[in-house]
Design a protein around this ligand. Structure first.
Ligand code: TYD
Length: 138
């Protein structure tokens, strides 16, 4: 998989006068079953999260509140996605380097993941990531 497989997925919004409702279903809305959910919050201004890739993990990232950027790199190209609504998110495919920055105050970043937490699935060195993708080291 490469950067072109990572994409924005729009979520249906069931809008009523009583408020909006959005559903995410593993295997339907998303191309994977959901094994884990976590969220980032109280992120200080200027902080950066991520800074790693995953060998097998698939993820879907939504701004539940506020806004932030998800920057994806496949070893050759980089794409920046600005997330600022709770009715769309970005699908991050395996072997994609990601970092998250530009967090607005009070933002909440929801992450749905295809696998349980497994530190051995992480690639935490960018040079190691480039080597694993076959890209030339910078
Ligand atoms: P990390 O994935 O590096 O955070 P981020 O990519 O959002 O910057 O995880 C930060 C810490 O939290 C690290 O010590 C591992 C731990 N952690 C878990 O224990 N379980 C999890 O599901 C996740 C995502 C992280």
């Amino acid at each position: 998989m490469a950067l072109q497989d990572c994409r924005i997925i729009d979520l249906d919004k069931i809008a009523e006068q009583r408020g909006n409702l959005t559903v995410i279903e593993g295997g339907r809305t998303l191309p994977f079953d959901i094994r884990r959910v976590y969220y980032l919050y109280d992120v200080p201004g200027g902080a950066e999260r991520g800074g790693h890739a995953h060998k097998n993990l698939q993820q879907f990232i939504v701004a539940m509140s506020g806004s932030f950027d998800v920057v994806l790199h496949d070893g050759q190209r980089e794409r920046r996605f600005h997330l600022n609504r709770s009715y769309f998110g970005v699908y991050v495919c395996p072997m994609t380097w990601r970092r998250l920055d530009n967090f607005s105050s009070g933002s909440v970043c929801l992450v749905l993941a295809s696998e349980h937490y497994d530190e051995s699935d992480y690639i935490r060195s960018f040079d190691g990531f480039l080597a694993a993708t076959g890209a030339p080291a910078p």
